[in-house]
Ligand binder design. Structure first.
Ligand code: B12
Ligand code: SF4
Length: 512
């Protein structure tokens, strides 16, 4: 939405609401569009939140404001959004695919009161056209209101602002450096949506964006981390290395997280550059430790035999991994969680996450399961239930698959497992252990909702032994340190301050 705001023709004011950061109900959005005198509502949503997006769209339209919808779900299901499939109409217009070039036209048509039903990214001959990303608009990070994304509670702002490095605000900002992934994993929307043509911004444009973000963080006494949202940040290793070198040369390092497939992390020099350029966490879609499962979803390029070496290579440079697994694959049997955890326990500690194989519309997986008559809830998004299968697995039952996911989360995020992960890093600086501890507490919330201060008080109480040990080590001979800012920095990356997090201030809202 930051990008579409930057691409909006001049003369229009654009207000942004992220439903994860600033939840609103139907009455709230209707009131908002009236009070703010909104002329056009644009809504983007993934499949899992599309039912809510439709409800918001209905409320805005009932308030008399036209709605245009975009994003991966409506691109695959435009008739659903437009009410052409027998259901209710939710959107006045749908933007298919990448809307960089169609959005300005949509805004102009809306001004003239002449919105079309469908906007497709095509050239004059009707051929699909993908934006090149060169040039790429400059996103005015110095001017955008980012209040809704601050994860530091307002009450703590004055105190934390004064801490070393400044922690008055902390935001994780999405930045793209390129688009597309040609790998075509069966369950993934990306290859179909962005196409297998990979496109990159110039290094200069990415570096300038980082510099702008870094300057903003400094000017307001806060912190900014970046999420490189590219689907496979190192899909062209040569180009990624060149970007990382330019980030280092321009002193544009901020802490960042990126998604990279395991096969590309064989390259030692790449991993060196990731660490030098500010990379802290790498999200790796490991999916399964079973090669048969991987081959079955067209992800045979993942080699479970090399997972340990990849994670070791990252950990040696103090870069850690968010390791993502999918249960309910065709070759999974009961006990898959325990078998996976046995492997995970032999790796450097990271942040394991577990999900269920989900047939998203438009993916080859959806078609295969549909054709085989295995979809139990073909329109699962109309009644979204987290961590719930929408098809029958082959070698276990649906409840067994659910139990495996629960087991994975339970055993990875119990106080004992968290303590074990922190203890296994006792050869690392204290800051890293605090970092992994806080990250584990946050990631726990993806499966176990921990909304509100009391939920956090409970989590903190359950993990008091680990907290006590970390505090004791950081402040030998002192008491009550949780209530005070640390007197010194544990490491050069200022992670020490994270122990100051207050109940309710943890980033992952709505369990995301
Ligand atoms: C960043 C990201 C996240 C972040 C979101 C943080 C944030 N606030 O940005 C996090 C990590 C939280 C996340 C989580 C999940 N994600 Co995610 N995520 C992405 C990712 C990598 C980038 C999104 C992005 O910004 N893309 C770049 C922009 C330019 O593309 P875009 O968003 O599609 O927007 C363009 C068009 O779609 C269109 N458009 C989009 N919205 C709108 C609105 C209007 C009005 C218009 C006109 C046009 C328009 O125009 C834009 C410019 O061209 C995408 C993959 C991808 N590359 O897109 C997956 C992706 C969106 N995620 C996906 C999934 C499945 C998830 C999870 C469900 C994973 C899981 N199993 O838990 C969770 C759900 C979280 C939740 N809260 O419910 C899928 C969605 C598939 C689908 N059909 O819904 C994707 C496509 C990845 C995939 N492998 O398939 N995700
Ligand atoms: S490697 Fe990742 S982004 Fe690329 S197709 Fe596979 S799951 Fe999707």
């Amino acid at each position: 939405m930051f990008l579409l705001k930057a691409l909006t023709p001049s003369g229009h004011e654009v207000l942004l609401i992220d439903g994860n950061a600033q939840p609103m109900d139907e009455a709230g959005i209707a009131r908002y569009v009236r009070e703010q005198k909104i002329g056009l509502v644009g809504i983007g949503a993934m499949t899992r939140m599309i039912a809510k997006a439709y409800r918001m769209a209905d409320a805005a339209r009932a308030a008399g404001v036209p709605v245009v919808m975009g994003g991966p779900h409506v691109t695959e299901m435009p008739d659903e959004a437009l009410g052409r499939d027998g259901g209710a109409r939710h959107a006045d217009a749908v933007a298919l695919g990448e809307a960089d070039e169609t959005w300005p036209k949509i805004v102009e048509d809306a001004v003239r009161g002449k919105l079309k039903d469908v906007y497709a990214p095509v050239d004059d001959f009707g051929q699909e056209r993908k934006p090149t990303l060169q040039p790429y608009p400059s996103i005015p990070w110095n001017a955008i209101n980012l209040d809704q994304f601050n994860i530091v509670p307002k009450a703590a702002y004055p105190l934390l602002k004064k801490l070393g490095g400044g922690w008055g605000t902390f935001r994780i900002i999405p930045v793209e450096s390129g688009r597309g992934c040609p790998y075509g994993c069966e369950f993934c929307t990306v290859t179909g949506f962005f196409g297998d043509s990979i496109r990159f911004r110039t290094n200069e444009s990415v570096v300038n964006e980082l510099l702008l973000l870094k300057a903003r963080a400094k000017s307001e006494g806060g912190q900014i981390a970046v999420f490189f949202i590219d689907d496979n940040f190192a899909i062209n290793v040569k180009r990624t290395k060149s970007l990382l070198r330019d980030i280092v040369a321009a002193n544009a390092q901020v802490h960042w997280v990126a998604q990279i497939s395991a096969n590309l992390l064989r390259d030692e020099e790449l991993v060196d550059l990731i660490a030098a350029a500010g990379g802290k966490w790498i999200f790796i879609g490991m999916e399964s430790i079973d090669p048969t499962n991987l081959a079955g979803v067209n992800k045979g390029f993942n080699k479970p035999g090399e997972y340990a070496a990849v994670l070791e290579r990252l950990a040696q440079r103090n870069v850690y991994a968010i390791t993502s697994f999918i249960f309910g694959m065709d070759n999974d049997t009961t006990g898959v969680a325990e078998r996976t955890l046995q492997q995970i326990r032999t790796w450097p500690p990271g942040l394991p996450i577990f999900g269920l194989l989900t047939p998203l519309p438009g993916t080859p997986l959806y078609k295969r399961l549909h054709d085989a008559g295995r979809l139990t809830r073909p329109k699962h998004w109309q009644e979204f239930i987290p961590f719930t299968m929408a098809h029958t697995p082959l070698k276990m039952t649906v409840p067994e698959a659910h139990a495996e996911v629960l087991d994975g989360w339970n055993r990875s995020y119990s106080p004992e497992a968290i303590a074990q992960a922190v203890d296994s890093l006792d050869h690392k600086p204290l800051g890293y252990r605090i970092n992994i501890f806080v990250a584990r507490l946050c990631f726990r919330g993806i499966y176990f909702p921990q909304m509100g201060p009391w939920a956090w008080v409970k989590v903190i109480a359950q993990n008091r032994r680990t907290i006590f040990n970390l505090v004791k080590e950081g402040f030998p001979g002192r008491r009550g340190v949780l209530a005070r800012p640390p007197a010194r920095s544990f490491t050069s990356d200022s992670t020490s301050v994270r122990i100051e997090i207050q109940p309710g201030s943890i980033p992952l809202k709505n369990g995301s």
